[in-house]
Design a protein. Structure first.
Length: 196
């Protein structure tokens, strides 16, 4: 785990290719984001997809076409400030580089989606144990049977993260996470996972 609470310092370490793992627990008093970078011809449909599906895709940042800097969110160069990237082509992962300087071009648009890691500190402060932080692993994610609202070429099933909790802690987590709608908010479900 990158146990640093200053987001600028964390980005500096990542920018220098000194860390390439998940960031749960890093700068945990700040909002974390998931990154999606697309050719501009797809950007309006993806933005609409996010607007139609704010629970799984809470849009918290949007870059300008061709600009890798996200000044509204901090000193962020999206080409270097993510621990590891996944490059997708025609539905397949073709590369997992530590930076995307060689892939960046003037036609790309960056989207930042709120990340559920953003509400983990309040959960921990409420006495709820977070297994993936304890085990230093990535939060488990699952594709549900719930359809997202389509927009242009974007469609599919909702993906959720899962944190195993007791019933008491699940209810407490609903109360806590409801206060964070820009990073998914309250769980969409608790109980039997086969129901979704």
């Amino acid at each position: 785990m990158l146990n640093i609470q200053d987001p600028t310092e964390a980005r500096k370490i990542i920018r220098n290719n000194q860390y390439d793992k998940q960031t749960a627990g890093t700068a945990n008093q700040y909002v974390q984001g998931n990154v999606c970078i697309l050719p501009s011809k797809h950007s309006i449909h993806f933005e609409t997809f996010c607007q139609k599906n704010p629970k799984p895709c809470p849009l918290i940042g949007l870059g300008y076409k061709g600009d890798p800097n996200l000044r509204d969110l901090g000193d962020i160069d999206i080409r270097t400030d993510v621990p590891k990237y996944r490059i997708w082509k025609k539905g397949e992962i073709v590369d997992e580089p530590l930076d995307i300087k060689n892939y960046w071009n003037e036609d790309l648009v960056t989207f930042i989606l709120g990340c559920s890691m953003s509400f983990e500190l309040p959960l921990i402060e409420a006495g709820i144990e977070i297994q993936h932080i304890k085990n230093n692993t990535t939060v488990p994610m699952y594709r549900t049977s719930i359809e997202c609202e389509p927009a242009g070429q974007f469609q599919g099933k909702m993906v959720v993260s899962m944190r195993p909790l007791s019933t008491k802690d699940a209810i407490k987590s609903i109360q806590i996470c409801s206060k964070f709608p820009s990073v998914h908010g309250a769980p969409i479900h608790f109980g039997n996972p086969e129901e979704i």
